[in-house]
Design a protein around this ligand. Sequence first.
Ligand SMILES: NC(=O)c1ccc[n+]([C@@H]2O[C@H](COP(=O)([O-])OP(=O)(O)OC[C@H]3O[C@@H](n4cnc5c(N)ncnc54)[C@H](O)[C@@H]3O)[C@@H](O)[C@H]2O)c1
Length: 251
Amino acid sequence: MGRLDDKVALITGGARGIGEAHVRRFRQEGAQVVFGDLLEDRGEALAEETGATFVHMDVTSEDDWARAVRTAVERYGRLDVLVNNAGILRHRLIGDMTLEELRRVLDVNLVGPWLGMKAVIEPMKAAGGGSIINTSSIEGYAAAAGLSAYSASKFGVRGITKAGAQELGRHGIRVNSIHPGGIATELALDPEVAEGVAVDGDAFFKALPIPRWGVPDDVAGAAVYLASDEAAYCSGTEILVDGGLLSGPGY
Ligand SMILES: NC(=O)c1ccc[n+]([C@@H]2O[C@H](COP(=O)([O-])OP(=O)(O)OC[C@H]3O[C@@H](n4cnc5c(N)ncnc54)[C@H](O)[C@@H]3O)[C@@H](O)[C@H]2O)c1
């Protein structure tokens, strides 16, 4: 028996990285999955392999949200879980960043999840409740030089998560956030990001309480828990998946 049997989930940014791990794990745990992404080829290939449904989707578009939600309800009859995972990172000092770059990061990472929460309220009410899982970051607790936009978006995700928990609990909808740190994906390993953060990746990770890079499946485990009925009394909470990074001095 799967931990997500009979659940229908919508996952954003599911074509690669952490989102791809969510798609795979949710399918393994018995969920029906619709996932959205901008990456058409990778999305179609993953759908073919896993039996999930891919929809081309930009999370900043209200129309795309409506289509993705409609796809889930029409194809699988209901919607129980939303994983707001899609995100982008631009490493730029404030003095060098353009307003357009700032706005794009905020749009994708903060406005996108907000639009998603808004889009799933009615279908989740119709399903008798649901679970919304928002992806923040360790940068939702502590910022770094060059990450003003990213950090603002991830602090903001904590805010909309708490507000959503307050508003939606009475409808049986739980809203929680996941806070990954140092997960080896194309986003984190992007040479521009690595250069901007200016840390020797290997030495940094060897010094963590859990001395390695995280892998996408580490984050998927937290999402499965929050999506499942095992988390029935959890709302407005935060799960760090960071190898213990923020447990140390200075944070
Ligand atoms: N990797 C890490 O260490 C780390 C740490 C903290 C938080 N996160 C967060 O986890 C999430 C996933 O990150 P990842 O490391 O897997 O990154 P990734 O770049 O590998 O994957 C992100 C996915 O989101 C998609 N995407 C980007 N913009 C989109 C848009 N406008 N509409 C729809 N899809 C879009 C991308 O095409 C990609 O498939 C992000 O929200 C990221 O901020 C990652």
